[in-house]
Write a protein of this length. Structure first.
Length: 233
């Protein structure tokens, strides 16, 4: 299914480009498609880095796309239009991600990774088009952005997805009087354990590992907390 979707997008893209009213001769058209393919290969080559970490993949691919875009523009500056090189590079660099997001539209954990790939292409283009002073600013911005994402930014994004806050801290001063029915039909509430240590271990009755792990949890709690930790449900 993935292969069919991928080649379908390639075909639609080719039809769309053929119908665009832009001045691309037949020889250069093949070269533009090669640029899109090269960008796609960079994306595919960097994909295994996600198994290590998304932030590592984002930074490494940013650098690869930055260098790729600049070198391609330098190599074909007299033959190709820089704007079209940027367009086809963006298409090739995003094609794999677009297919993945069509198949898994709710997957947001890799979104910064995807955006940094595209940003690497755009920064490489701007670096090529800019003066010497502007290039220094672009390099400084690129370095600071990659450093921020790697050391702090991606963790903030994960916190936002997990806790709806970039800090990962949740300040909740509300009191919740949760009521639980025991296997003896008694009803317990959180207020019954006020001032005591309480452990809520939630698991499903069909989980065999949970049954095996529960005695170990209880022993650790009793050892570390003494009698005070004996109040648990």
């Amino acid at each position: 299914m993935i292969n069919k979707t991928f080649f379908s997008l390639i075909r639609k893209f080719e039809i769309y480009i053929n119908g665009m009213k832009i001045n691309i001769n037949s020889n250069n058209k093949k070269l533009y498609f090669k640029i899109a393919l090269w960008a796609l290969l960079i994306e595919l080559g960097a994909a295994p880095l996600r198994a290590i970490s998304f932030k590592l993949c984002a930074v490494v691919t940013f650098v690869l796309f930055f260098v790729f875009q600049f070198l391609i523009l330098q190599r074909y500056q007299k033959r190709l239009k820089a704007e079209y090189v940027l367009l086809f590079s963006l298409i090739g660099g995003s094609l794999l991600q677009i297919v993945g997001r069509i198949l898994q539209p709710n997957s947001l954990i890799s979104l910064p990774d995807f955006l940094f790939h595209l940003m690497g292409i755009v920064m490489g283009y701007l670096f090529y088009k800019s003066s010497r002073i502007s290039r220094i600013l672009i390099l400084a911005f690129s370095l600071s952005s990659c450093s921020f994402l790697y050391f702090k930014g991606y963790n903030m994004w994960i916190n936002y997805l997990s806790y709806d806050t970039f800090t990962g801290k949740i300040d909740d001063n509300k009191e919740y009087n949760l009521k639980i029915q025991t296997n003896t039909s008694d009803t317990l509430s959180l207020s019954d354990f006020r001032g005591k240590y309480l452990l809520l271990d939630c698991w499903c009755t069909s989980c065999g590992f949970c049954y095996k792990a529960m005695p170990s949890h209880v022993r650790k709690i009793l050892v570390n907390g003494g009698k005070r930790a004996g109040d648990f449900s």
